[in-house]
Design a protein around this ligand. Structure first.
Ligand code: ATP
Ligand code: MG
Ligand code: FE
Length: 344
């Protein structure tokens, strides 16, 4: 069965196509992405109206390229992200998905973007056992419990303020490293000392929620540190600040993920979302998983950032799990809860 997925929740227009075999195996046939990231750079963050317009321009050509790459005329099902995400951006993908599903006379599946970030790992590492998943991107930070990709996902915790990737972007801006700041900050940190400055570890006290995150405190601490340097007329030690900040974020993320694995007696941790490209988050997760005897699964970076094939892959698991299709009147759900995988 050929399953097509459309993604337009943020600044990437993605169309992916997978083949769902009778035994449940999912294979990638196409993964086409058009990004408007450069159009947002001068604003220092994603501008919703700019993103919506870019989706409108990109959706049909991206769809054409994906079908050409996969060598298919029409799929057997169309899947689309209906949330969470930017309302206007989601509308473009959902409207297109409805039009294609109606024109091709195939079922439509309305899916959760966050579930896609977890499901995409099966393309790379095969069937997924019950696991803990840590999603870190520009818009999201979630610690999840996944029993079965065809069923609703359980949320253990999330951020109470900034997303981890958002914190990377904001701190990179404080350090004049450009946008998106995550990759630049990662590179700057390579020459720094991660123990140079003791930045706070948000929400790791004994009375804090076990699985929730907070990154606004460390961001403010960086801002204060930079201000102090400027006021004193000292140069800002950019590499040391970047490395120490990155160490704090990686420490908290992996500490809570390992805690969840231990509490739930789960021996697999899956990482997803664009910020898992971060070298220190990866290496610390590797070190801590190895020490705890937990198998770590991280899809290649291309699959960690937003794309359409993650939606096609989640769709394949949802279809295999027997969820009925959505109706053509299904709405977008910008604040969609991760506990809902699909609207049947
Ligand atoms: P969503 O939140 O909906 O998934 P997004 O576009 O914000 O969408 P992604 O495209 O998955 O998220 O990832 C982009 C984010 O990842 C940005 O915040 C970026 O700074 C961050 N990022 C990318 N590479 C790195 C890196 N090496 N280190 C730290 N952060 C990174
Ligand atoms: Mg993005
Ligand atoms: Fe995403």
């Amino acid at each position: 069965m050929i399953v097509l997925g459309i993604e337009s929740s943020c600044d990437e227009t993605g169309v992916g196509i997978v083949d769902l075999a009778d035994d449940g195996t999912v294979t990638m046939l196409a993964d086409e992405v058009a990004s408007s990231v450069n159009e947002h750079a001068r604003f220092g963050g994603v501008v919703p109206e700019v993103a919506s317009r870019a989706h409108l321009e990109a959706i049909v050509p991206t769809m054409r390229r994906a079908r050409e790459t996969a060598g298919i005329d029409r799929p057997d099902a169309v899947c689309v992200t209906i949330g969470p995400g930017l309302a206007g951006a989601l509308l473009v993908g959902v409207s297109a998905a409805k039009a294609y599903a109606a024109a091709w006379d195939v079922p439509l599946y309305a899916l959760n973007h966050l579930g896609g970030h977890v499901a995409v790992d099966t393309l790379e590492h095969g069937p997924m056992p019950p696991c803990v998943a840590l999603l870190v991107s520009g818009g999201h930070t979630h610690l999840l419990r996944v029993d079965d990709l065809g069923s609703p996902i359980g949320e253990l915790g999330t951020t109470v303020d900034d997303a981890a990737g958002e914190a990377f972007d904001k701190v990179a801006r404080l350090l004049d490293l450009g946008y998106p700041g995550g990759p630049a900050l990662d590179a700057a940190a390579r020459d720094g000392d991660p123990t140079a400055i003791a930045f706070p570890r948000g929400m790791t006290g004994p009375r804090d929620a076990r699985y929730d995150f907070s990154f606004s405190g460390v961001k403010t601490a960086v801002a204060r540190f930079v201000e102090k340097c400027v006021r004193a007329g000292d140069p800002v030690p950019v590499a040391d600040v970047a490395a120490s900040f990155q160490e704090s974020v990686a420490d908290v993320l992996t500490l809570k993920a390992m805690r969840a694995c231990e509490d739930l007696d789960v021996d697999t941790l899956v990482l997803g979302g664009g910020a898992t490209a971060n070298s220190r988050i990866r290496s610390m997760a590797e070190e801590r998983c190895a020490a705890a005897g937990v198998t770590l699964r991280i899809p290649r970076p291309r699959l960690c950032t937003d794309n359409g094939v993650m939606i096609a892959t989640l769709g394949a698991h949802v279809i295999a799990g027997g969820t009925p299709p959505s109706t053509l009147s299904v709405a977008t759900d910008p604040g969609m809860s991760v506990q809902i995988s699909a609207y049947g």
